[in-house]
Design a protein around this ligand. Structure first.
Ligand code: IMP
Length: 436
């Protein structure tokens, strides 16, 4: 009898950058396999070890644990140049992934013309800019849907690689015209093959790999990138990324089924941030927002852009909890709220007429009319930074956390009180207890 109940997914519940990397890194020691299943190098996971931070974009965050087998799933996009840079950064820090990585043969590649198209579009979009990371993510997923994508498995057929690339390359050249400063098709194919050569032995069938792992009783950790409000279907469309970052993407991006999953941890910060354009009803465009940004060091891991900051937004988080079937919250960065006189919690939205809005709207125009209903809580004077038990939390922090969990409709399973590995704790009596 295969025990799948130990398999666990970690998913973002806000607009990304919630601190999923820290939780994945903490839990990795308990899992034999760590799987990335969607997104590309638009993601940026920072893991902090002994006070030093390492930013990972495409390599699963379990990399730092030598006992972890790293799986790059079918829904992931890889930019091979960036992938090599990341591997070599890891290797300079003494982290070797040789013999413990598999890359899905179905996973698509990000090509130079995808990046050119992404940047060209954003450059022309004016007020309609999405604020993408400019890494070619949208076009690479578009080409996948248009059946013009290039997959890792194609790299094993060098003779037909150029033809595989041609259709998407020609379309982009036609569209961009003289503005396209693209390498030639031959040069793209040649460079791909060069970058691919050392990786060819790692390319394989990850579905079979994960099935075998399950048969051997080896537990699997699934690591989400981005987050539910950036999900192409369930996020704030069109201000989203181009993949399913919520639970559905886990299944399409691995070939496993819902029966293969035990628990889902939804990760959220104790406040809200967003990079790029689009709706964010909780945004604070005042000194409180600036303070969250400065104390929380809210600048993008991937692009360095300042993040928009606001109070914890219960309606979006509740939507994400429901969408993903989250069993509990990984609540991050509580310590950033230390020292505030008052801490806000967005408990609902009102529309233009002042009526309460029960569900999230689907159109950006409707989002723009929403006003947050904020409830203020008394702040705490005693710092939570580094606190490692429930008993050590100030009373006011407990009151705030209880209200937050109730509004988000999920219990807190892990609380993070600082960037380092040992700053935080699993909530007593809940499913992560004993796992960290
Ligand atoms: P794209 O994924 O580069 O197409 O960007 C689309 C939107 O998703 C932009 O608003 C990006 O800032 C946002 N985004 C993409 N990846 C991340 C992430 O890992 N964290 C936060 N925002 C992200």
């Amino acid at each position: 009898m295969i025990d799948r109940s130990r398999n666990l997914a970690i998913l973002g519940l806000q607009w990304g950058d919630e601190g999923k990397g820290k939780l994945v890194d903490l839990l990795s020691a308990r899992f034999r396999h760590v799987v990335r299943f969607q997104g590309g190098n638009n993601a940026g996971h920072t893991v902090v070890v002994d006070g030093q931070s390492i930013a990972l974009h495409q390599v699963p965050s379990g990399a730092l644990h030598t006992g972890c087998f790293l799986v790059v799933g079918s829904g992931v996009l890889l930019n091979l140049e960036v992938f090599h840079q990341e591997l070599s950064r890891l290797s300079q820090r003494g982290v070797d992934v040789t013999g413990r990585m598999i890359i899905s043969d179905k996973a698509h590649l990000i090509l130079p013309h995808h990046i050119a198209l992404d940047q060209w579009r954003e450059g022309r979009a004016g007020a309609n800019r999405i604020g993408t990371t400019g890494r070619g993510i949208g076009p690479a997923y578009e080409m996948k849907a248009a059946r013009m994508g290039v997959r890792k498995g194609d790299l094993k057929h060098p003779d037909s690689l150029q033809e595989r690339i041609r259709a998407s390359y020609e379309e982009v050249r036609l569209l961009l015209g003289a503005e396209a400063q693209l390498p030639s098709l031959e040069a793209i194919a040649a460079q791909l093959m060069e970058q691919a050569r050392p990786l060819l032995p790692l390319i394989g069938d990850i579905q079979a790999h994960l099935r075998e792992a399950q048969a051997k009783g080896e537990p699997i950790l699934f690591e989400g990138a981005q987050a539910t409000l950036l999900d192409i279907d369930h996020g704030t469309y069109p201000f989203v990324t181009s993949s399913n970052c919520s639970i559905g993407g886990l299944f399409t991006g691995t070939g496993l089924s819902h029966k293969d999953l035990g628990y889902v941890v939804g990760v959220a910060k104790a406040y809200t941030t967003r990079v790029g354009a689009g709706p964010m009803p909780s945004e604070l465009q005042d000194a409180s927002g600036d303070r969250l940004r400065e104390v929380g060091r809210e600048f993008g891991t991937t692009t360095g852009r300042p993040r928009r900051c606001g109070w914890f937004d219960a309606p979006i988080t509740r939507h994400a909890v429901r969408t993903n079937g989250a069993d509990g919250l990984g609540l991050m960065k509580l310590d950033v709220l230390d020292g505030l006189d008052q801490v806000g919690l967005v408990i609902g939205y009102r529309d233009g007429e002042g009526g309460l809005v029960p569900n999230l709207p689907s159109c950006a125009q409707d989002w723009a009319c929403l006003r947050p209903e904020v409830r203020m809580y008394k702040g705490w004077t005693q710092a939570t930074r580094g606190v490692r038990s429930l008993e050590a939390l100030p009373r006011e922090a407990r009151i705030y956390l209880d209200a937050l969990a109730e509004a988000a409709e999920a219990p807190i399973a892990y609380l993070s009180t600082g960037p380092d590995r040992d700053e935080g704790f699993a909530w007593p009596g809940r499913f992560l207890e004993g796992m960290l």
